[in-house]
Design a protein around this ligand. Structure first.
Ligand SMILES: Nc1ncnc2c1ncn2[C@@H]1O[C@H](COP(=O)(O)OP(=O)(O)OP(=O)(O)O)[C@@H](O)[C@H]1O
Length: 339
């Protein structure tokens, strides 16, 4: 497949999505790699590797190479990217694709170089990097080419990126390392303190997705989870309520609200006025935390909505960016090497 295809990749800290022009999103897998430590050999990538998290014997580790919005291990990131691209492109690439990759906002020059190298090695003709909020805005269907301000809040696994965009570029932006992962960590801490039970990352994520909330739910919801009692060391089942989730998530949720306020404070008045009418658009998996849109709307006084299919927005945006290269030229980071 992939005859002269254009490809968009959302290299997220939690999930990698690959968009192929004309086909849509063709791959969506967790950003996890399982490594055999003694021989430094990669055993599995993506979904298969994720199933191994917390369940591996001593010599095998399941790592998330992009944790916290930065590339913590770029050799593994490179291998992961090559694996996913290879899966999408197949073995025989007749016409090399152009690729747009969206990288977490905190990445350094060295890390950007590693991403570019990986795409070239995997068979790209030319690669561009795009900033996360720009890709999210395009993917959410906003027309960012006009001289009208719009605000995007992209809440992923590792980072929350908040930006006011106008004329194809970010006018004011802020990226904080508080997003989905920090929600999970806050839940783990709360359950440990309140119930004296240790739960794993996956259980915390399930609690967040099923009964988690940033705003009081009209009806209290409950969920049973299993962990290990810190008192007896034995497995224990507890019932957790949505009201407890509200308390557990208060701190990371407040950090996001404060960052939104800071961006609004630094927004030029004309653009701020635009945003009051255009509203705030939320993207990324973390935006699905129940009631977060309502809370942001209430705290800012600006209408806030979640984009359609928020998890896919960045990937769709990277793909669409290739079709609008002229408008976006200024905000894309181009590799100087010509192939
Ligand atoms: N229904 C839901 N409610 C709350 N959180 C959710 C829901 N669905 C997914 N998430 C969370 O969204 C996060 C992943 O979002 P996403 O896939 O957009 O991140 P990413 O793009 O990989 O990360 P980043 O933008 O930091 O690089 C995870 O923390 C996941 O638990």
């Amino acid at each position: 497949m992939a005859f002269g295809t254009d490809i968009g990749i959302d290299l997220g800290t939690a999930t990698v999505l690959v968009y192929v022009k004309g086909k849509g999103i063709v791959l969506k897998e967790p950003s996890v790699v399982a490594i055999e430590q003694t021989r430094k050999q990669i055993l599995a990538v993506g979904e298969e590797a994720r199933r191994m998290i917390g369940r591996t014997p001593g010599n095998i580790v399941a790592v998330r190479p992009l944790r916290d919005g930065v590339i913590s291990d770029y050799e593994v990131t490179e291998a992961m990217l090559k694996y996913f691209l290879g899966k999408v492109l197949g073995k025989r690439v007749f016409f090399k694709p152009r690729v747009v990759v969206c990288v977490p906002s905190g990445v350094t020059e060295v890390e950007k170089r590693a991403v570019l190298d990986a795409t070239y090695e995997a068979g790209a003709k030319q690669t561009f990097l795009i900033e996360e909020p720009i890709a999210a805005a395009i993917g959410a269907g906003l027309d960012i080419s006009r001289p009208v301000g719009c605000m995007v809040i992209d809440i992923g696994g590792g980072t929350t990126d908040i930006a006011v965009i106008s004329l194809g570029g970010a006018v004011v932006s802020e990226s904080i390392k508080v997003a989905g992962d920090k929600f999970d960590e806050a839940i783990i801490r709360y359950i440990r303190k309140k119930h004296s039970v240790a739960i794993g990352e996956r259980t915390a994520e399930e609690l967040k997705i099923n009964i988690g909330c940033a705003y009081k739910k009209p009806k209290v919801e409950t969920m049973e989870v299993r962990g290990r009692s810190l008192l007896t060391g034995l497995p224990k089942t507890i019932t957790v309520t949505s009201e407890e989730m509200l308390l557990a998530l208060e701190e990371p949720v407040s950090a996001i609200i404060e960052a939104v306020h800071r961006v609004l404070e630094n927004t030029p008045p004309e653009l701020a006025a635009d945003i009051t009418t255009t509203g705030i658009v939320m993207t990324g998996g973390g935006s699905l935390l129940w009631g977060l849109d309502k809370l942001i709307s209430e705290k800012t006084g600006i209408p806030t909505r979640i984009a359609d299919d928020p998890v896919s927005c960045v990937a769709l945006g990277t793909g669409k960016a290739l079709e609008a290269l002229d408008v976006l030229e200024a905000s894309l980071i181009k590799d100087p090497r010509v192939r």
